[in-house]
Design a protein around this ligand. Structure first.
Ligand code: ADP
Ligand code: TRP
Length: 321
């Protein structure tokens, strides 16, 4: 099955991105035909500095490769290296009703959070639809926040096929629901935009510091605690064995345990979890030409698929006859 997903290079990736999305992306590689890309065109909707776009794009690429991207099998590229997708965006725009985009909540949410209300931000779901449709994607694993964009994609694909013949593959939805939202150090959803993240590859010392600062309630040490309401426990769940987790649950419920004990253990486990990948990441940082080569190779494989779909769509719409 063709699986496709994209991730924006809008900052350094964190453990919420990893456990919420990347981990599943990487697991799909064993049994599926995976297409993963860095959505730099999408990131421009937030008007980042050119230096940040370039830096975060390479950062995301390095992280993915270090964490186990199979560079032989999986097609991995930078969105803007296949500009055909922007032509498809225009062609699809012409059959996309305004109402469909006006109903999208992410535009309103992002503007409410202070992003500039530019046309790119409004038309963002059409570019996402083009990403998905140009590569004939069947399954698109995304977090719950992206569900509406997949529905828009399906709607656009069905409209196109009804109007011009069955050319586009209508993807099935696939929401990564098995994973709970990973809390940040302040207890809100971990997110680059809240500044509450723990990055996979920040220095070990700073991972420890951040974990020790995780917000907990003020239940005294001797009293029982509810693990299900604790941010530290929610993170422990991601990195500990079921046996050890059961022990911690017991310690929470029995009382006599301070949150700092759980935090210290969490820091150790989190650092160990990413240790093998950290070494690989350092090697890649010192060989950034290799990372660029992987992206260039991915772009040429992606382009081969994109140009075929685009040619069919152009012809169906009466262009270039
Ligand atoms: P951020 O909120 O840090 O900007 P993105 O919106 O770029 O993260 O998310 C990229 C991917 O990571 C998405 O698929 C999203 O669902 C997932 N993701 C981000 N933060 C979390 C989180 N705290 N818990 C679970 N998944 C997350
Ligand atoms: N909008 C997605 C996000 O913010 C990123 C993205 C862009 C994407 N194009 C995509 C995800 C195509 C899946 C498929 O997370």
């Amino acid at each position: 099955m063709r699986i496709l997903s994209g991730i924006q290079p809008s900052g350094r990736l964190h453990i919420g991105n990893f456990f919420g999305a990347m981990h599943q992306h990487l697991r799909f590689q064993a049994d599926h035909d995976c297409f993963y890309f860095i959505a730099d065109y999408h990131a421009l909707t937030g008007n980042p500095s050119p230096a940040d776009v370039a830096r975060y794009t390479l950062d995301v690429a390095t992280d993915y490769i270090a964490l186990g991207l199979n560079t032989e099998k999986t097609v991995f590229w930078r969105q803007s290296d296949v500009p055909e997708v922007t032509e498809l965006t225009w062609l699809l725009s012409c059959i996309t009703p305004m109402g469909l985009l006006q109903r999208c909540t992410s535009y309103k949410d992002k503007v409410a959070q202070g992003m500039s209300p530019n046309h790119g931000l409004f038309a963002y779901p059409v570019l996402q639809a083009a990403d998905i449709l140009i590569y004939n994607s069947e399954l698109v694993p995304v977090g719950a926040d992206q569900k509406q964009h997949i529905e828009v994609t399906r709607d656009i694909a069905i409209r196109f096929n009804n109007a011009y013949g069955k050319i586009l593959t209508v993807p099935t939805e696939h929401i990564i629901e098995s994973v709970a939202v990973v809390p940040g150090v302040d207890g809100r959803k971990m997110s680059k935009s809240y500044g509450n993240t723990i990055e996979m590859f920040e220095p070990e010392k700073s991972i420890r510091k951040r974990i020790m600062r995780i917000v907990t309630d003020s239940t005294p040490v001797e009293e029982p605690k509810d693990p299900d309401k604790c941010n530290v426990f929610a993170l422990l769940k991601l990195v500990t064995s079921p046996e050890e987790l059961a022990e911690w649950e017991n310690r929470y419920r029995s009382g006599g345990m301070g949150y700092s004990d759980a935090k210290k253990r969490l820091a150790e486990l989190m650092i160990d979890y990413f240790k093998p990948f950290r070494q690989k990441r350092t090697e890649l940082e010192n060989n950034i030409d290799y990372v660029k080569k992987v992206l260039a190779d991915g772009a040429s494989r992606a382009k081969a698929v994109a140009t075929k779909t685009l040619a069919k769509v152009r012809e169906a719409m009466g262009l270039g006859a």
